[in-house]
Design a protein around this ligand. Structure first.
Ligand SMILES: Cc1cc2nc3c(=O)[nH]c(=O)nc-3n(C[C@H](O)[C@H](O)[C@H](O)COP(=O)(O)OP(=O)(O)OC[C@H]3O[C@@H](n4cnc5c(N)ncnc54)[C@H](O)[C@@H]3O)c2cc1C
Length: 355
């Protein structure tokens, strides 16, 4: 019997595998895809915090561009938010991130089974049984790191995230190493984007259920008159469910909707929650799952709550959006993953510098 089975070898599953293997646990990661990191459905636009989770000597494999600000477009008007002489965010190769994290986990001792889809999960008094298409495995605990449409969450009857959005993205073969991303606010309830990736440019849009993401992506592409290539899509969960643990099973990452409500970004919130899981959960003591449930909420809840307020501004009337952006535009002191930093000294200083 394994100590821990992790379903899903995304960045969150592999980071969790590394952390639990380093603690001396016997860890098995089961991944449905034959190839780590594929299919791609993510921009890999992340805050500088990413480098806390990537070994220094692997950084070159990931980094594609550095971003210092964003241009928000609303009905022909443009508002700029930026940091002077500072990198606000990085554009990274998301497939390489998944590979690097899986390599780290394997070096720490985790076993990987690729090309096996988990079909069922059953909790028993002393263990959990995981069934794939061809095999059955037992472990003391199971972690569902299987993304937005988590099978583990579904099979354990754990509650669903509050909302799902649908994201679509594509690439064009323009060379662009610019340091601004573009954000398009005409997309209902969310936004569209343009991200310069050095040897290509990514365009994308995310919309609530019921809307057609391709229609909005095509509208953005019309402005730039480029051919779309390599189109891919994925679900974005927003609003964590009331519980992400059962007797011997816990969810981490998108499976637990540990995402930034105003962007849908979940790479860093998921990896931070993996750190909380490895600090709080003792595989031989199922009652420690309560400590994880409290711990990850303490780590993220204020940023998620304030993020939800920011997200609600996407549905405000255009005039209110424009006033808000006009007021706050210019240099910012905010950390992109920590909206609580809106109330920080750095943000206050940058507001004062403008007046
Ligand atoms: C269009 C789009 C753009 C995005 N851009 C960004 C961004 O710029 N920055 C950011 O931070 N976040 C972004 N995100 C969100 C980001 O992709 C997720 O938050 C992140 O991938 C979550 O990681 P994870 O490991 O929890 O889940 P995932 O990366 O989804 O990994 C889950 C893994 O589980 C596997 N799996 C699923 N079901 C099973 C099963 N039954 N059996 C076995 N394996 C299974 C999958 O194959 C996958 O490998 C974006 C999302 C979308 C859709």
């Amino acid at each position: 019997m394994k100590d821990l089975i992790i379903v899903g070898a995304g960045p969150v599953g592999s980071h969790l595998a590394k952390k639990f293997s380093e603690k001396g646990n016997d860890v098995l990661v089961i991944e449905q895809s034959d190839e780590i990191g594929k299919p791609l459905a993510c921009s890999g636009h992340v805050s500088p915090d990413i480098w806390k989770f990537v070994p220094e000597d692997k950084r070159d494999r990931l980094e594609q561009n550095q971003i210092s600000g964003a241009r928000f477009h609303d009905d022909g008007d443009e508002y700029r938010f930026y940091k002077e002489n500072e990198t606000v965010s990085y554009v990274i190769d998301r497939v390489e991130l998944d590979r690097v994290k899986a390599e780290e986990a394997q070096e720490a001792g985790a076993d990987y089974r690729l090309g096996e889809k988990v079909m069922d999960v059953n909790e028993h008094d002393r263990y959990v049984e995981v069934q794939t298409q061809g095999d059955s495995y037992n472990a003391k605990m199971v972690a569902g790191c299987d993304g937005a449409s988590s099978t583990v969450r579904h099979k354990l009857d754990l509650p669903e995230p509050d909302q799902f959005y649908q994201g679509v993205l594509c690439f064009s073969d323009e060379d662009d190493s610019g340091d601004f991303v573009d954000v398009f606010l005409e997309v209902p309830e969310f936004f569209g984007w343009r991200i310069p990736r050095s040897d290509s440019v990514e365009y994308g849009a995310a919309v609530p259920k019921g809307e057609e993401p391709m229609k909005w992506l095509d509208r953005i592409l019309e402005r730039y008159d480029v051919e779309k290539q390599k189109v891919c899509a994925g679900a974005i969960p927003i609003g964590p469910p009331s519980t992400v643990t059962s007797d011997r099973v816990f969810l981490v990452g998108d499976a637990a909707a540990q995402t930034k409500p105003f962007t849908g970004g979940g790479i860093l919130y998921g990896m931070r929650s993996s750190d909380v899981a490895s600090r709080t959960i003792d595989i031989d003591s199922p009652s420690t799952l309560d400590t994880y449930e409290k711990g990850w909420r303490e780590e993220l809840i204020w940023d998620i709550r304030i993020g939800q307020v920011i997200k609600s501004s996407y549905s405000m009337p255009s005039i209110a959006q424009k006033m808000g952006m006009w007021l706050f535009q210019g240099e910012i002191g905010v950390h992109m993953d920590r909206p609580t930093s809106l109330f920080s000294l750095a943000q206050l200083k940058s507001l004062l510098r403008r007046n």
